[in-house]
Ligand binder design. Structure first.
Ligand SMILES: [Zn+2]
Length: 287
């Protein structure tokens, strides 16, 4: 199980600056202090790390910032999309004989609507390439996809009239998906949003929600044979007041089989996919 948390760096422990240390997310804090290595998010390129190049590097192993000559924010353009389509971890795992999935729900009735969007996230481009689609509204309502805000509350503004979820229910849905696959990715980006715009209270609320979600994931992550990884594309939320991304390294939380290897092997965003692949040896002996 791989959780990509957008905008979560390894900051200092001052609880007036870093909301992770302010008492609202004990499960996350424990993972960061007891089970995490750290990754350089700078990719050897000057400037502030950004999402499009950072996430591409994480999920492909390609130094996307160096390829572009700069850090690219937000959403990938044609060059980055090409790198994602050609190098994403899902396809590499499939080639080795493993199943993978992207657990996030998209609030659409027709997945072609997502494929037709001009703006697509790194995770969207990767899922469309590898799986030919994404999890839609119907799957979400069956509990077979997890909406990014962990509660579906933000979907009210888009006309959603179904029940809201607790973060615990979202965690249970994610666990059920993970049990059916060798590799499951879930992306949470409210942390980055809150870091850009949020008040202190909002940062704490977002981290608290995520921590409730983590609380219900942790029993699964401790089961035998489960490798749990939580990392980020760049810092942000851990540095209150800046309202921009930080230069801090990002955590590489890893528990379960292979976790020590990951933490000893990966020191940059580009190291994560190659190190993970080492843990998934080819099943097909002809390859
Ligand atoms: Zn951001």
């Amino acid at each position: 199980m791989f959780i990509l948390v957008d905008g979560l760096g390894m900051g200092g422990s001052n609880p007036d600056v870093n909301p992770v240390y302010s008492g609202v997310c004990p499960n996350l804090l424990n993972l960061l202090t007891c089970h995490a290595g750290s990754l350089d998010a700078g990719l050897g390129v000057a400037g502030i790390p950004q999402s499009a190049t950072g996430q591409t590097a994480l999920l492909t192993g390609v130094n996307a910032a160096r390829h572009m000559g700069r850090h690219v924010s937000g959403f990938p353009g044609p060059s980055l999309r090409k790198i994602i389509r050609e190098n994403n971890i899902y396809d590499k795992l499939a080639h080795r004989g493993y199943s993978s999935t992207f657990a996030n729900a998209y609030y659409v009735s027709d997945v072609n609507e997502v494929a037709g969007r001009k703006i697509q996230s790194v995770t969207t481009v990767a899922a469309l390439k590898a799986f030919g689609g994404v999890r839609d509204q119907a799957l979400m309502e069956q509990g077979r996809a997890v909406y990014q805000d962990l509660t579906r509350a933000s979907l009210r503004a888009r006309g959603y009239e179904g029940p809201v979820q607790t973060p615990a229910q979202s965690a249970q849905a994610l666990v059920a998906i993970a049990r059916e696959h060798d590799f499951t990715l879930f992306e949470y980006f409210q942390t980055d949003r809150a870091g850009h715009k949020g008040t202190w209270a909002e940062l704490q609320r977002i981290l608290g929600l995520f921590d409730e979600f983590l609380a219900d994931l942790l029993p699964f992550t401790r089961e035998e044979g489960v490798l749990f990884v939580l990392t980020s594309d760049h810092g942000n939320i851990e540095q209150f007041g800046a309202r921009s991304h930080s230069m801090n390294p990002v955590p590489l939380v890893a528990t379960g089989p292979g976790s020590d290897f990951l933490k000893k092997t990966a020191f940059s965003l580009t190291d994560v996919t190659p190190a993970l692949l080492e843990l998934y040896p080819c099943k097909n002996s002809s390859q």
